[in-house]
Each structure stands twice: as structure tokens, then as C-alpha cells.
Design a binder for this molecule. Structure first.
Ligand code: GTP
Ligand code: MG
Length: 403
């Protein structure tokens, strides 16, 4: 079994902030976007990409990517995005479109919290005079909703479960079975137990506040949040973004203009401009109408020059590379030609957790490769790597396996 696309980011936030616009820009999927709350009802799933510097140029080869895309020396590595309905306060208790949508986030490894940094919508997503709603409030409420949703799942039937957990030797493992649907790993549970000082306390003796504390820390570890401070193209966003960065230093906050990114990507796919997601600028290469030119120049002035990019690609990269601390590693079968057995050059690159060893990587590619693992080769330096060598970002690896 080869590696499948399992890493997923959930796009979350209150209604009407631009979640679907962000999703559409990142995946180029047509989805419904409108200036009122609850436009999205059924979740949208699509493929977005982490952008990394490809190794093709430093090796001086023309690559033939298979599981990813290479444009102008940039590798776009696929990840899954899920755009869900807007969340309102007390969604965890079923308010708004509530629980059902929270349940769609079970598999998400990281959450991209899209906020309306320009303050043009109230806490429920209804339009208000720009700049009159404080987005700081939205950050706090969303975090609470996610935590309470997890609390609700875990606390259901807790006294009975706690008594059975009391009898088990490996608390983390048993808890992980209980939480299996939430995409939480045993390691995350172990770390949470030791951080909250609950490792040696019998679950039936946990107080409600200890259970809540446990879940709060577990949420931070298993569903970490990155903030996309959206609508950064509007004049009221600037002061809010400064304030958010100052007051919320526990979060990574990246200004975004999803609407601008969507416009640029559409223009690029029509051949009107040369632009890659994440670029700091674009070049007009096609026949544009004066209206189109005006929109494009507006984006250049108000977004690209001001913030350095539209931020959408930066958020996705940061979610996987900085928050989840993943690495991109290339795999080849022929270390001289950098090919697979079909002769395709630098065909595949994989996003893997930091700390993944050479042998674990072999297992990810194919169980058989893992089982018959002998050693690995760091293709750039030709060095042999042992089974427990921890791979590094942008390495090219060949696995040597027995028959
Ligand atoms: N100015 C500005 N408006 C934006 C931006 N991104 C989205 N919008 C607008 O915000 C409104 C809501 O966008 P959606 O993408 O539908 O928002 P949503 O968060 O998915 O909304 P729900 O599905 O209702 O929860 C639309 O009118 C968008 O055009 C942006 O970067 N800047
Ligand atoms: Mg939507």
C-alpha cells in the first residue's frame, strides 16, 4: 500500500468570513460563495497544495512528477482541504448548523481558522459596518467551540468509561481507542496526560475541571489552529491585524485576501496573467479588459505590495510545515538518474512528520519495502543511512531492500 493523501486541514470559522473563498482559491473548485451566513451547508472537500522548492533545479534535471506538480522549479505537494459550514457560539450544543459540521472535522490534522480581520461581520456572521466588530472575540469563541465539542464526545458516559479505564494498564492506549474517531494519536494523549499531571491519577478520580483541562490541552495538540486574517484587502483590516498579532502571540497569524487569490488564480488559469500561488507579484501576459486591469492593479496595490502576497499559500504552507512540522521528502529508485522504475524523474515527494526514520519512510511507501529494509541512501550526498536515521526536509531517498 502506497502513501495515500491523509493529511487534512479543516477550514473553520464563523459564517461569512471567506472560508469557501479560501477553499475555492486553494483548490480551484467551484463552490458557492455569497455575502450572507450559512452559504455552505454540506462540506466541500478538495485538493490544495503545499508549495516547496523542488530539487530539480539544483540537480539540473527536467523532472516528470507523478504524485505532485512542478512549475518553474516549485513543487506543489497535494494535501486535503475541507471547508465546513460556519460555526456560531454554542455550535457544540447544536446551535446554528452545529454538531454535524463539527463532526466533519474529526479527521482534520490542523485547523485553518479564517477570521474576518476587517470586522465587517458580527459574531454570527451578519454584515455590520466595517471595522465595528472586534475579530479577537471570534478567535476565543471558536477555540472554545472546538474544545467543548471534544468535551461533549469524551464526557458522554464518562463515569462508566473512567471505571473501566481504571483497570487498564496502558491508559493512553485505552483512551486513544475511545477517541479513535477524532484522529488523535497515542503520543498526543501521552503528552497531554503528562503535561496535565494526570498520568498516574485514576480516571474515575479526575474532577470535571481536570477532565476539561485534559481536553483543552489535547485539543491544542491534536487540532492545532493557525489563523488566516482574511479580508486584508479592506482598509479596516490593518489595525485589527496589528492588534491580533500583539494580543494573540500563541497563534500564528497570517493576513490573507482569499478573494484576491481567487481572482488571481482564475486570471492565471485563463492565461491572462503569469502567477503562481504564493508569488509576491504577477505579470499580465494576456488580453485584459480595462475593467480586469483595474481589478488586477487594485490587488497589486492593496494586497501584494502591502502584505507581500495574498497569504493563502502561506497559510497552507505554515499549517503543514510550521504547525504540523511536516517535511517533504522525495523518493527515487535509481539514485543516478533520480528515477522510478518507469524512468520518471523525481516522480514522488511525500509530506511526512518530522522525526520519521528511514525505515518508517520505507513502510509508508510500501509495507514490503519496510519489512525488507536494509538501508537507505541520501541521494544528494550518496551517504548510506541507517534504519533509525531521521529524514530531513527536501532529502531525496532511495531505499535498499532485500528480496
Ligand atoms: N473583501 C473581501 N471579501 C471577501 C474575501 N474573502 C471572501 N470575501 C467575501 O465574503 C463573503 C463570504 O464569503 P464565503 O467564502 O461565502 O464565506 P464563508 O465563510 O464560506 O461563509 P459561510 O459558508 O456562510 O459560513 C463573500 O461575499 C466573499 O466575496 C476577501 O479576502 N476580501
Ligand atoms: Mg462557505
Amino acid at each position: 500500500m502506497a502513501i495515500t493523501l491523509t493529511v487534512q486541514a479543516g477550514v473553520v470559522g464563523k459564517p461569512n468570513v471567506g472560508k469557501s473563498t479560501f477553499f475555492a482559491a486553494a483548490t480551484l473548485t467551484d463552490v458557492k460563495i455569497a455575502p450572507y451566513p450559512f452559504t455552505t451547508i454540506d462540506a466541500n472537500k478538495g485538493i490544495g497544495y503545499v508549495r516547496i522548492k523542488c530539487v530539480c533545479r539544483e540537480l539540473g534535471v527536467k523532472d516528470t512528477p507523478v504524485n505532485s506538480i512542478c512549475i518553474d522549479g516549485w513543487r506543489f505537494v497535494p494535501i486535503e482541504l475541507i471547508d465546513v459550514a460556519g460555526l456560531v457560539p454554542d455550535a457544540w450544543q447544536g446551535r446554528g448548523l452545529g454538531n454535524r459540521f463539527l463532526d466533519e472535522l474529526r479527521r482534520a490534522n490542523v485547523l485553518i481558522h479564517v477570521i474576518d480581520a476587517a470586522g465587517t461581520t458580527d459574531i454570527e456572521g451578519k454584515p455590520v459596518k466595517p471595522g465595528t466588530h472586534d475579530p479577537l472575540e471570534d478567535v476565543e469563541f471558536l477555540e472554545r467551540e472546538i474544545t467543548m465539542w471534544m468535551y461533549q464526545i469524551i464526557s458522554k458516559d464518562w463515569p462508566r468509561i473512567a471505571r473501566t479505564l481504571d483497570l487498564k494498564a496502558d491508559l493512553a492506549k485505552e483512551l486513544s481507542k475511545r477517541l479513535s474517531g477524532l484522529g488523535i494519536t497515542v503520543a498526543e494523549i501521552e503528552n497531554t496526560l503528562s503535561e496535565t499531571g494526570l498520568l498516574r491519577k485514576k480516571p474515575s478520580k479526575w474532577t470535571d475541571s481536570e477532565l476539561k483541562d485534559f481536553i483543552k490541552v489535547l485539543r491544542e495538540k491534536s487540532k492545532p489552529i493557525i489563523i488566516a486574517a482574511n479580508k486584508s484587502d479592506l482598509p479596516t483590516a490593518e489595525d485589527n491585524i496589528k492588534k491580533l498579532k500583539k494580543e494573540l502571540n500563541r497563534y500564528l497569524i497570517i493576513p490573507t485576501s482569499a478573494e484576491s487569490e481567487l481572482a488571481l488564480r482564475k486570471a492565471a488559469s485563463k492565461g491572462l496573467i503569469k502567477y503562481l500561488p504564493g508569488d509576491p507579484d504577477f505579470e499580465i501576459i494576456g488580453e485584459v479588459t480595462s475593467k480586469q486591469r483595474k481589478v488586477l492593479e487594485y490587488i497589486r496595490e492593496k494586497v501584494l505590495k502591502k502584505w507581500g502576497s495574498t497569504g493563502v499559500q502561506q497559510v497552507i504552507n505554515a499549517a503543514f510545515l510550521d504547525v504540523l512540522k511536516m517535511l517533504a521528502v522525495f523518493h527515487v529508485e535509481n539514485e543516478n538518474k533520480y528515477t522510478d522504475h518507469y524512468g520518471r524523474v523525481l516522480p514522488d515527494v511525500y509530506l511526512i512528520p518530522r522525526g520519521t526514520t528511514a525505515r518508517e519512510f520505507a513502510y509508508m511507501i510500501h509495507t514490503d519495502l519496510g519489512e525488507k529494509f536494509i538501508s537507505a541512501i541520501d541521494v544528494k550526498t550518496r551517504k548510506r543511512l541507517s534504519a533509525d536515521f531521521e529524514l530531513k526536509h527536501r532529502m531525496i531517498i532511495k531505499i535498499i531492500a532485500g528480496r
